[in-house]
Design a protein around this ligand. Sequence first.
Ligand SMILES: Cc1cc2nc3c(=O)[nH]c(=O)nc-3n(C[C@H](O)[C@H](O)[C@H](O)COP(=O)(O)OP(=O)(O)OC[C@H]3O[C@@H](n4cnc5c(N)ncnc54)[C@H](O)[C@@H]3O)c2cc1C
Length: 372
Amino acid sequence: MKIVVIGAGLGGLALAQRLVKADIDVDVYERDSAVEARFQGYRIGFGGPGLKALEGAVPARLHPLLDAVSGLIEQPGRLVDAQLSVLGEQGQIDNEGRMFDRNVLRHLLITGLGERLRFDLKLDRYEELADGAVRAHFADGSTVDADVLVGADGMGSTVRRQLLPQIGVHDLPVYGAIGRTELAGFEHIIPGWSTMVSTKNVQLMLGRMKFQRPPVEAAAELAPDVTLPDTPSYIRWVLMLPGAPKTLDLQPVLDLMHDWHPDLRALIAQADVNNSGVSPIKEGDPIEPWPTRAVTLLGDSGHPAPPGGLGANLAMVDAELLADKLIAVRDGRREKIPALADYERQMCENAKIGRESAAQAFKNFAKLRAEA
Ligand SMILES: Cc1cc2nc3c(=O)[nH]c(=O)nc-3n(C[C@H](O)[C@H](O)[C@H](O)COP(=O)(O)OP(=O)(O)OC[C@H]3O[C@@H](n4cnc5c(N)ncnc54)[C@H](O)[C@@H]3O)c2cc1C
């Protein structure tokens, strides 16, 4: 059985790791030229089933390294005003939760994939073949055949647009300026896992990514064959603003924050501009099970939701569910299409949880703005 995965994001890589471990033939095709071709590094919180599924995807020998590069949740988040006066606590401490840098995680998840991971190959479309197989057509004219094609190609998924053209993805009326600033010198602003600054027009969400050990140092000691990025501990910040600029210009952002506490302005002014940018905030239509074929979806492609939800956690859970089904097919315990249909039903149920979580987060943001 041959599986082709489109997209080397967290979800596609997690699936590939699980399939390689089960000795299933899998190749991953990524449109970017390398893992670090674009801004890729921001903090992601994993907890509960998402964290367990992440651990299940990372090869066991790398677990000590995974632990070392995680950030612990030691104190609750806080809500502050623009002068940094504390207004309240945000959420509970989830003792099982961990923070990870997405770029570090991707480096861990490519370990051992070798030539199974191919860059610079953008899927253009797929074609269903008479024998039940699928042919992937890439932008460079090349093709590859598979028994199952998995679209793990993110929010704007090419696979989903062909498979389920009725599912639209829409811009929300806010955009996010997303960046990061080295933690050193700013720890007092964010003693817990997050700090939210809310005013009538501008909301600034700060997330602490404090590696237990610097990734490069931890890899050198715990798994010298693994190359991890030399990323210092940082604060990931997201500014939710009205409008839709194409590029991140810090000056207009600082102008909007002209009467904010100087430490908050300094945090933005000292951003690592190479790892900061702007992005429209998008949301997809709800997804329901569809007539199953040998093409399926995983992660954001199957449940496109705005950041603030559980996207990466769900991608990990999808990878676990789908890998289990594909292993059952390979072992002759299930037929391919019914097994994929089961996966898609569960994926759609989980997608509802993801939508509700993102919707709740956005409702909370709106409430905080109204109360500011
Ligand atoms: C600032 C921010 C904070 C977040 N925080 C959290 C959090 O705390 N918790 C959480 O659970 N989630 C969080 N998320 C969401 C999470 O990052 C995503 O849900 C998750 O990364 C989705 O993974 P994925 O593998 O499905 O897709 P992606 O990571 O988007 O990967 C898709 C891959 O497919 C490739 N690709 C796309 N099109 C093609 C094509 N045609 N051919 C080949 N390759 C293609 C892309 O280049 C990309 O590498 C956050 C998101 C943001 C932006």
